[in-house]
Every structure is written in C-alpha cells, then in structure tokens.
Design a protein. Sequence first.
Length: 197
Amino acid sequence: MQPVLGVTLERGPVRLVPLGLPHEAGLAAAAADGALWKLRVTSVPEPGATRAYIETALRMQAEGTRQAFAVLDAASGEPIGCTSYHDILPAVERLEIGYTWYARRHQRTAVNTSAKWLLLTHAFETLGAQLVGWRTDNENLASQRAIERLGARKDGVLRHHALRRDGTVRDTVMYSLTAGEWPEVKARLEHQLARPR
C-alpha cells in the first residue's frame, strides 16, 4: 500500500483538504449547527475544544495512524465537517474511515456519499488498500445505516470496547469493504450520486 499522505480530493458538493489549524473557526461553526457535541455517540469537538481536536488529529498524523480531512463546501469553501483515514496498517494494506461528522444542515444530503466515494476511490485505486473498515458505536444507528448504505459488510461487534465521552463503555460495531467488492459498490454509489435529489 502506498503511503497515506495529505491530498485534496473533490467531487460534486465537497472538497476534502488536509485538516489544519486554519479550519478551526469554520469547524467550530459547523459543530454548532445542531450542537453535535451533545450526541454521546460522536467525536465532534465541544465549544472551545476545536483547536485541541485538530491538534490531536495532527499528532496522530505525525505518528502515521491518521490522515484527517476538513470537508469543505465546494462552492463556498466553508468547512462543513471532518473525516479521516485512521488505523492505517500498511503491512496488511488496510485502513479505516471514521471521525466523520457534518453540520446538521448537510446531513442526509449528497455530502456523505460524495465524501465516501472520494475516500474509497483514493484508498482502493491510488493507495492500493485491500480493505477499508469502519467502526461505530452500537447505539449510533444513523451511522450504522449510513455505512450499510455504502455497501459495507458488518463484520461483528466488539463488546465492551471503548469509552464514550461521558465515561460509559460502548460496544463497537465493525464493518468492512474489500478491494474485490469495490467495483460493484463504486457503481452503486455513482448511481446514487447521479440520481436527482
């Protein structure tokens, strides 16, 4: 698998750019659209914590375990959310997509499908990943539905796996998509993106 580096990816309504401190104010505003940090099943930064959120992502990037992207509205350039490659394992040609969230006004639009098409295409067709994974809180049913709509397969549940921000322990639902499954999934995503909304 090729090294996972910061690149700019664009399609339709979104542009994904490497996350950096200049995105702080825009991401804070995006998180405020819906007070997303109040959801106990997400990793959205709380008010005043956006800089620390970005700094953590940059530290993980320096360690080689994460490449975070600011998701921008392609027309305005405004930050509308965040997404990442993470748990990058070059030796087994695997990475995961996560730390994904969008301002409420951009949820249930073409934004998520477009961003995932970009990340998956880059992962399989440029980086040479053999498997892309996702993980989500067992109580985050909206995230599970969104991952399943992409065409990923549910691998199972890791019980008593990770702390939530409120200190409770969650079960983690794992999903994956292989390089062999990607062509069919790509065609389905392109069909979804071509439909009028």
